[in-house]
Design a protein around this ligand. Structure first.
Ligand SMILES: [Zn+2]
Length: 252
């Protein structure tokens, strides 16, 4: 690392992207921090125009500073999209100063915006690592995470709703089937268990009196049974037939 006078308000140190220039003292807004310097290249000279490196600082159509020399401390200053310093270009004097555009606290890294051309050529392909871009990326990642979570929750809600709907439909179907079975049962009951079919007339036993004795029923004669129901005895009682078959009055 280059030797820097302790009077200077900065030092070279480790940064996220390698080396960087850091404030060691408070730097007021508007202060010239360091000069960006190096040999002047004249693009009209073939030899100068052939030079290519990351530290070229174009002053105007003709002159460019080759800042790749080791003594150029300003070359350690990294780019930032939201910097705390700027390049103050004086084309006529062919000089460039890095100037604070806000108050810089000790320990803070000093940055300036390298400009669109540099950004497009060198930073965009690898992704700018400045705080603002990192923050933007972090925010985007957080948003993407939140969006994924939102979609997942939405899908879960949808699945739950579907399951609930299905369960409800099944319950309704079951209830309907039960209702149908009940109705069928009732209909059968009317035909098979109805009083008309199970009436006393079919049992051949005659009506039962209130005391439980069999009433003396005779064919063709309605008998009023308990409950007021009129029952007609249609068939002769076996005993009567037997009596009729045996000739009355004849000695045995
Ligand atoms: Zn950036």
């Amino acid at each position: 690392m280059p030797a820097i006078s302790p009077n200077k308000p900065y030092r070279v140190g480790r940064s996220k992207t390698g080396l960087g220039l850091f404030a060691t003292k408070p730097i007021k807004k508007g202060t010239k921090i360091v000069r960006y310097f190096g040999p002047l290249l004249d693009c009209r000279k073939k030899k100068d125009d052939a030079i290519e490196n990351k530290y070229l600082f174009q002053l105007n159509n003709r002159w460019t500073i080759d800042g790749s020399v080791r003594e150029n401390i300003a070359r350690y200053i990294n780019h930032a999209c939201r910097p705390n310093a700027e390049s103050d270009v004086r084309p006529r004097k062919r000089k460039v100063y890095i100037r604070a555009i806000k108050k810089i606290e000790p320990g803070e890294e000093i940055n300036y915006d390298y400009g669109t051309d540099y950004f497009k050529e060198y930073l965009k392909p690898i992704g700018c690592k400045c705080d603002a871009c990192e923050k933007k990326r972090k925010k985007k990642r957080a948003e993407a995470r939140a969006e994924r979570l939102r979609l997942k929750e939405k899908a879960e809600r949808k699945a739950k709703k579907k399951a609930e709907k299905l369960a409800k439909e099944r319950a309704e179907l079951r209830a309907k089937a039960k209702q149908k079975a009940k109705l069928n049962g009732k209909a059968n009951g009317v035909h098979l268990n109805g009083n008309s079919l199970n009436g006393n007339s079919l049992n051949g036993h005659g009506a039962t009196s209130a005391t439980g004795k069999v009433l003396a029923a005779k064919p063709g004669i309605p008998v009023r049974a308990r409950g007021g129901q009129v029952v007609e005895i249609s068939a002769p009682a076996p005993a009567t037939i037997a009596n009729a078959a045996s000739p009355a009055g004849l000695p045995n």
